[in-house]
Design a protein around this ligand. Structure first.
Ligand SMILES: [Zn+2]
Length: 484
């Protein structure tokens, strides 16, 4: 009669002598005589119920000696080992763990021990339960080996678990909050400036300009600042005002995506949009209230000598900034039909490069922008107040054709007085000189455009508050270099 082992995945079979070397069979306890023991062994064998159960155990049911700690049912270990436990060894979940196990065994066990040699050889299921070469298994029970292996592996897994637990704790710890201080102290040189366009000190000055506490300790009631957002958004209500200003500056300077900012500040995307829109409106109205165009004496006092020697009465330079926009489909904003892909803004700067005036954004020719944008009433007011006097000069590129409009106001355009007094200087060289100073305006525009939100092609979605954004970044450029 064929004898086969009914334990787990064991394939000991009396028909195959090569599987039988040093292996003995032990009869399975019969349910009629030893029901309890029989049920226990069935459980330990771990076979599916259909294969092994109390109704099919009979005198031909055997279990082989491989599954007893002592190589046979002994007083100390009367039952076979649990196949369910070994299933884990047979199919280890992660290969690297096993590699480490082998490595450790090699290093930690004395090489003389035979068990070490067996453990080191573990490569696959066949090695744990040799199918074809069950050599030298007779002297010491293979089950004892396996128990040692299991203990080793258990120790390994406990270590692995402890290190994974530490990793999880690291990953779950709150992310570094994006705050002005975090940027300042992060260790990356000039990181605050990179993110916002301002040093940490300049950021704190800006906080004062916008009525925001310049450290977290002294708090200003938020009600003092007329934000348009509703503080019902709990994420915004929790966010310190300094941090909100930081978020807005980072959007203006680096044009970070709203999702990116949501991640950096650990708030929702909608909250980021709300904070940004509200702050732009607030910053724009706050900056508009600040005196911009100083008295002619103040401008003159700060005018560099090289400039003064050429243009003694020139107080401002005019130029036009151009912003590229996504080509709109006859997009209607503020009663203008936008059919071009560029918007223009008149900008006036003083001889040292501070922005004196910046208009809203318009389409059309420069001359039309000059007439529409509101600079004419401003210049009239400045003349009335004595901030400018008749005969004061402005410089603008002649292709803008502003001379007629400017002279109507009683101001001079692009006519350096030194040319009038020294007739030998050709009109060509005076134009050239004025063109050089036109570059001065362009440099200021380039500086404003280091705020990336206005440097690229502006998406239609941003157009609704683009006038405010443009005004804010133009004014912020003055704070960067201390022109305020
Ligand atoms: Zn067996």
């Amino acid at each position: 009669m064929v004898k086969r082992c009914c334990w787990g995945t064991c394939n000991t079979d009396s028909r195959y002598p090569d599987r039988m070397r040093g292996v003995q069979f032990f009869p399975f306890p019969k349910p009629r005589a030893h029901l309890e023991k029989c049920v226990l062994w069935i459980k330990l064998c771990g076979r599916p119920h259909s294969q092994l159960n109390t109704s099919n155990v009979n005198k031909h049911t055997y279990i082989c000696s491989k599954h007893f700690v002592d190589g046979k049912p002994s007083g100390q270990h009367p039952h076979p080992v649990d196949a369910a436990v070994y299933a884990d060894v047979l199919h280890p979940p992660v290969a690297p763990i096993r590699k480490r196990l082998r490595h450790n065994l090699v290093n930690s066990s004395p090489p003389a021990l035979k068990t070490t040699a067996v453990a080191v050889k573990i490569e696959s299921q066949e090695d744990i339960f040799p199918k074809s070469e069950p050599e030298e298994r007779d002297e010491e029970s293979p089950v004892a080996d396996r128990i040692r292996q299991l203990e080793q592996r258990n120790a390994e897994l406990l270590q692995e678990m402890a290190s994974l637990k530490r990793l999880v704790e690291t990953l779950q710890s709150p992310l570094q909050q994006t705050t002005p201080e975090a940027l300042h102290y992060c260790g990356i040189p000039n990181y605050s400036y990179y993110c916002t366009g301002f040093t940490y000190q300049q950021f704190n000055s800006l906080c004062e300009v916008f009525g925001v506490p310049n450290s977290d300790s002294d708090s200003v009631p938020r009600e003092n600042i007329p934000f348009t957002y509703k503080c019902s958004d709990p994420q915004i209500a929790k966010m310190p005002l300094r941090q909100q200003l930081l978020l807005v500056l980072m959007k203006l300077r680096q044009d970070f995506d709203m999702k990116d900012l949501a991640y950096r500040f650990q708030v929702g995307v909608e909250s980021v949009c709300t904070v940004f829109t509200s702050w732009i409106a607030y910053m724009s109205s706050t900056l508009a209230q600040r005196p911009m165009w100083p008295h002619r004496d103040v401008i003159s006092e700060h005018t560099p000598l090289t400039f003064k020697s050429r243009f003694p009465t020139t107080l401002a330079l005019l130029g036009f900034a151009e912003l590229k926009i996504e080509r709109p489909n006859a997009f209607l904003v503020q009663n203008q039909i936008w059919t071009t892909d560029a918007l223009k803004s008149l900008i006036a700067v003083d001889p040292r490069g501070a922005v004196l005036y910046v208009s809203a954004l318009f389409t059309g020719a420069e001359q039309d922008v000059f007439r529409q944008c509101g600079v004419i009433p401003l210049l009239q007011t400045l003349l009335e107040r004595g901030h400018l006097v008749n005969g004061d000069g402005l410089i603008a590129d002649e292709r803008f054709r502003l001379d007629g409009d400017v002279e109507k106001l009683g101001l001079k355009l692009n006519v350096p007085p030194c040319v009038e007094s020294k007739k030998q200087m050709s009109a060509f060289s005076s134009r050239k000189s004025a063109a050089q100073h036109q570059k001065h305006v362009e440099r200021v525009i380039d500086k404003i455009k280091t705020f990336k939100i206005v440097s690229g092609r502006i998406p239609n979605s941003m157009l609704s508050n683009m006038n405010e954004i443009w005004f804010v970044v133009s004014m912020l450029a003055n704070f960067q270099s201390g022109h305020h």
